[in-house]
Design a protein around this ligand. Structure first.
Ligand code: PGA
Length: 218
């Protein structure tokens, strides 16, 4: 059975204590959920990746990890950068091309292409965010997360009919790609997206920060 992906994108949130609280809650409640058709992936900030990995392993939690970004450079003299080999020590996935990075960090398609090249070299699974059906889909991306910027953090998600149209356009050109939706997904509206053909899961920001709310999405 194909599992639906539930990716928690914590963005620039969570201290060590807040991470502990989230994971402890998850540990206590996770067995109440049927996860046979679901995969949970947490994308914490880099500072919490190592701790999350240890907590997940120590408590045998059914959770995989992603980074929210990766360096477009290999190992070397790149102050402040975290390269794909370093990410791979902690995470199975990497998110690239989020519209917040394009907007605030001025990331370009060339940067994203380089990040994908680096991530592939270390066998990370690549979740590329796209903003609309005209966005460049880079070869090497394993998963596409369609996230219209007007839907991110606004409480105004795209509607299932339009998401279906966008997915159709993408799938015509990229037949085997895994398609996710993201942008103001919450426990109240999540069911409405299940009518979208070819939907393989969600990239969730705000609603993934609170453990109870995140579990409600499952
Ligand atoms: P949101 O963010 O769920 O808070 O809209 C989604 C994202 O940017 O990944």
């Amino acid at each position: 059975m194909e599992k639906k992906l539930f990716i928690a994108n914590w963005k620039s949130h969570k201290s060590n204590q807040q991470t502990t609280d989230f994971l402890s809650y998850l540990k206590d409640k996770i067995n109440d959920y049927d996860l046979s058709d679901k995969e949970i992936i947490i994308a914490p900030p880099f500072t919490q990746l190592s701790y999350c990995k240890k907590f997940i392993e120590d408590n045998s939690l059914p959770v995989n990890l992603s980074s929210q970004n990766v360096s477009s450079f290999p190992e070397g003299a790149y102050t402040g950068e975290i390269n794909a080999g370093q990410v791979k020590e902690y995470a199975q996935y990497v998110i690239v091309g989020h519209s917040e990075r394009r907007k605030y960090l001025h990331e370009s398609d060339t940067d994203i292409e380089n990040k994908i090249r680096e991530a592939r070299e270390f066998g990370l699974k690549i979740i590329q965010c796209i903003q609309d059906e005209n966005s460049v889909i880079h070869s090497g991306a394993d998963i596409i997360a369609y996230e219209p910027p007007t839907a991110i953090g606004t409480g105004n998600p795209d509607n299932p009919e339009h998401i279906s149209e966008v997915f159709k356009t993408i799938a015509e050109q990229n037949p085997n790609i895994i398609l996710l939706y993201g942008g103001s997904v919450n426990p109240e509206n999540i069911k409405s997206f299940l009518q979208v053909k070819n939907l393989s899961g969600f990239l969730i920001g705000g609603a993934s920060l609170d453990a109870e709310e995140f579990l409600a999405l499952l």
